[in-house]
Design a protein around this ligand. Sequence first.
Ligand SMILES: Cc1ncc(COP(=O)(O)O)c(C=O)c1O
Length: 348
Amino acid sequence: MHIANDLIEWARRQFDPGGVYLNTASIGLPPRPALSALAEAQERWRVGDPDPWDYDYDVARSRRAFAVLAGTTADRVAIASQSSTCAALLAASLEPGDEVLCAEEDFTSVLFPFLARADLSVRCVPLERLLDEVRQSTRLVAVSAVQSLDGRVLDLDTLADVARANGALTYVDTTHAIGWLPVHSDRFTVTACSAYKWLCAPRGVAFMTVTQEAQQWLSPRYANWYAAPDPWQGGYGLPLRLADDARRYDLSPAWFSFVGAAESLELLVKVGIDAICPHNIALANEFRLAVGMPPSNSAVVYLRRDDVESLRQAGVHCVIGEGAARLAFHLYTTHDDVAAAAGAFTRA
Ligand SMILES: Cc1ncc(COP(=O)(O)O)c(C=O)c1O
């Protein structure tokens, strides 16, 4: 326990939030090593000294670290820039008439890639009914591990079990999960994660995991030079040549974004999800208790009350809508942050 606390404390010192920052579910903050690496890369660019293949080192580091955080191995991880392209790739591999089961309140980048294919039968149900609605006729269940809107955490083990029992494929958007929640990505056909929130990376980095079995049939529809076994060898002409693992689904990388991502992801690996998860949930629950909500298993608090504007007045960074606020608690959040956010209401 002491070691975990020390690691969290060490990690926290790598970040410089300017104020009470509870908005990781929108944008995660960068650790200082990520900013230094980015500054160095930009300097090399400024003076005309960038080697395109140097960035491969950062991509490889990012892929390896992500695999650890996602509970899988690097040969099952592809890189992308947005998670929606990963959902779209899977959607494109389905047959006309296939039933896709979704949660009706899910984020649009989880729903739209399937809805945009008018020849699929997309069935949307409330999240709390989703696991009961998986049937033999369901070809794919597509859902977020943690809901973007309100932080509800799906029972991922049960999802994997009911999908398997019904012969259904699974697509899980892990954007709001990986980085704080233990996820065994290998239990799902395809997963996708945008890294600019809980993984504290610059925007422009996403990861897709594909099981070894699914790699046999998932078509690499956006095959490109970077998906070749060695992208730097002979980038011209025939024949088609693609890596024999999940790298075949790689999109060519947004270079600078991966320079920062490698540092952020390695920092998270160093601290470990085993330390980050209880830390985040404990702080979220500390806030819940302070504002009279029951505890939960999420690092996100969705707070419904008329006076959420008090959070804005107190300078708390979080999403504030009409009568509701979304607050996210990550490894750089402190007890003082919790007290300041909860205090916004006692002062109001
Ligand atoms: C569940 C989920 N997936 C993905 C994203 C980001 O989408 P993209 O990477 O396609 O921009 C968000 C952003 O809020 C999200 O909530």
